[in-house]
Design a protein around this ligand. Structure first.
Ligand code: KG4
Ligand code: ZN
Length: 346
């Protein structure tokens, strides 16, 4: 069975094609081709994602990317069996593009559609790597909009262990980076600047580190970074900026590592899956690997290129649902996007 997947929830248009053996016992789904267009350079001038521009760009990109994917895989569109798309959460206008194209294409082909939760896509993205995890595991989901720790029993069985009460980890990276004068999205830029900095040069708070629960709060950290930026004045030296970047990254990473360990201890599980854009952070990976290695815990990551938004994770989530007979397929030409949608809710 062939599944075509669309991602268009924010500022990346992603399309992917996956070959799915009918049952899980017959083997894992196989990624045949994928294509991605990032809008980052378009939004950079505005310091963040402009929703209207995002929607228009998805419209421009989605069909050429689809043609590229089909050509790469040497597959005719008519051979596709199911069309999956990101149903939510995300920007309403952006979601509508992927959903609209998926439903229109499916109607033309007489094939069903399947709406996928964007975070489920992130959660299951490590199954696209050669070293796929086994269920159950603890998942640390760290993206631009979400920071959650979850117990994942199987596809569709997610128990929330803790989440952020304010900003997400990616937001903490992005907002701090902006204060340091770095371009959007700041996470990777801040990480690069931090390489030449001394994290001990600034004493930044680790919000809720000792709350005893796997919950997070990052708003206070951003305020502390703002205070330091003001203290440094108009023209901080390159070293001061690097030091502050290093201190910010160290604070975020320490909280994420500690809370992950807490969730692992609470559940007694020995497997951790890290997903979402912040999962690409090298320091986070190094610290998680070291802390978990000592405790006999395996850590799984998606391929680096699949940490941030992409179509492959959406097609993969659809494939895993189809293999388990858990796909809510639609044939009626109707669709409903869900800009706000909690994972695990009906
Ligand atoms: O998962 P994602 O692509 O989009 C959402 O669903 O939100 O995550 C994007 C987030 C941004 O906040 C970005 O700054 C962050 O992931 N990010 C990073 C790194 N690469 C991406 N943060 C820290 N270090 C990185 N290397
Ligand atoms: Zn995402």
């Amino acid at each position: 069975m062939l599944v075509l997947g669309f991602e268009s929830s924010c500022d990346e248009t992603g399309v992917a094609l996956i070959d799915v053996p009918a049952a899980a016992a017959q083997g894992a789904p196989r990624l045949l081709a994928q294509a991605l267009h990032s809008q980052i350079s378009m939004h950079q001038a505005y310091g963040g994602v402009v929703p209207e521009l995002a929607s228009r760009d998805h419209i421009r990109r989605v069909l050429p990317l689809t043609r590229e994917v089909l050509a790469q895989a040497d597959v005719q569109l008519a051979a596709v069996d199911v069309i999956a798309y990101t149903q939510g959460p995300g920007l309403a206008g952006a979601l509508l593009v992927g959903a609209g194209v998926a439903v229109a294409m499916a109607a033309a082909l007489g094939k069903p559609t399947l709406g996928i939760h964007h975070l489920e896509g992130h959660l299951l993205s490590p199954f696209l790597s050669a070293d796929a995890p086994e269920f159950p595991f603890v998942a640390l989901l760290v993206s631009g909009g979400h920071t959650q720790l979850m117990r994942v029993n199987d596809v569709g069985s997610y128990e929330m262990l803790g989440e952020t009460i304010d900003d997400a980890a990616g937001e903490a990276f992005d907002k701090s980076a902006k204060l340091l004068g770095l371009p959007y999205p700041g996470g990777p830029h801040l990480a690069r600047l931090a390489l030449s900095g001394d994290a001990k040069a600034f004493d930044l708070p680790r919000p809720m580190l000792r709350s005893g629960k796997p919950d997070f709060s990052f708003a206070g950290l951003k305020t502390a970074v703002l205070t330091q930026v003001k203290r440094l004045g108009e023209v901080p030296t390159e070293q001061q900026r690097a030091d502050l970047a290093a201190a910010t990254q160290a604070a975020i990473v320490e909280v994420l590592v500690r809370k992950s360990l807490l969730a692992l201890k609470e559940t007694g599980l020995k497997r951790l899956v890290v997903a979402g854009g912040v999962g690409a952070n090298t320091m986070l990976r190094e610290h998680l690997n070291a802390a978990c290695g000592k405790r006999g815990i395996r850590v799984h990551y998606p391929e680096l290129s699949l940490c941030t938004d992409n179509g492959a994770m959406i097609a993969m989530a659809a494939a895993m649902r189809l293999q388990r007979g858990m796909a809510d397929l639609h044939n009626d030409g109707g669709f409903a996007i869900r800009p706000r949608w909690t994972l695990g809710s009906a």
